[in-house]
Design a protein around this ligand. Structure first.
Ligand code: GTP
Ligand code: MG
Length: 220
């Protein structure tokens, strides 16, 4: 007889419990928190840099970066003006609530208004692990191809907003915006979308307005 031990279920529910603890700590400090996910190179750090720069004088931003190795992205966020903490996952393809729980005490939550967590570049694993943040953001980018919602439905289904980055490259890459948006609509009807370019700044205003509104709504 085969015995089936539901280890994966137990790991996920342990993760969810710790995600709730993370949320409680974040809420207690009155901070609004984002989990930014994307494939490698889609522009997560670029969006964070632009956001931190644009919000200077309006919101104090903390950034936690998860990467397999290096502190390059946390250094970029710090140079843009964020208080930044690096988590090296040692090979893991995603952040989980345990890792965020370990990183949170390294940030003075009382001294920030907005926490942006940059997840490991991956369109599969990060979608499975709640962190305790308020909103999940996906950064897609035009050179990745317009078929990604169809190929990675789990990621597209679970997010609160989709940033469509690198629209400055639309004249050079075969990206059918209609086909891409049709795929998103089927998985996540009505999800808010922000076509923009971190390179030229086009479209950033709408993203920033939405983000500021979320922070305001969270403060009640
Ligand atoms: N043309 C163009 N390039 C961009 C844009 N945004 C980012 N890039 C470039 O894309 C590359 C990857 O950007 P990053 O911000 O490092 O991407 P990331 O998602 O943080 O990458 P990982 O953390 O390694 O997964 C860099 O060379 C950026 O300069 C954009 O809007 N247009
Ligand atoms: Mg990055």
């Amino acid at each position: 007889m085969t015995k089936n031990i539901p280890v994966v279920e137990r790991i996920l529910s342990a993760n969810d419990r710790l995600a709730e603890e993370n949320r409680a700590a974040i809420d207690a400090a009155g901070v609004f928190a984002l989990n930014v996910m994307a494939s490698p190179g889609a522009g997560k750090t670029s969006l964070i840099e632009q956001t931190v720069r644009a919000l200077q004088g309006k919101l104090r931003v903390g950034m936690i970066n998860g990467d397999i190795a290096t502190s390059l992205d946390a250094d970029r966020a710090a140079a843009a003006g964020a208080t930044a903490v690096q988590i090296n996952t040692g090979g893991e393809c995603h952040l989980d609530a345990v890792m965020l729980h370990a990183a949170l005490p390294r940030l003075d939550l009382e001294s920030i208004d907005l926490l942006i967590v940059e997840n490991v570049g991956n369109l599969v694993c990060p979608a499975g692990f709640a962190l305790g943040t308020h909103k999940n953001i996906l950064v897609a980018s035009t050179p990745e191809g317009d078929d990604k919602p169809y190929k990675y439905p789990g990621m597209y289904r679970g997010v609160d907003a989709v940033v469509i980055n690198k629209i400055d490259l639309l004249p050079y890459v075969p990206f059918r915006m209609d086909f891409f948006k049709k795929g998103i609509q089927a998985l996540n009807p009505g999800v808010v979308q922000f076509p923009l370019s971190c390179q030229t700044g086009q479209g950033l205003e709408a993203w920033l307005d939405w983000l500021l509104l979320q922070v305001e709504l969270n403060q009640g």
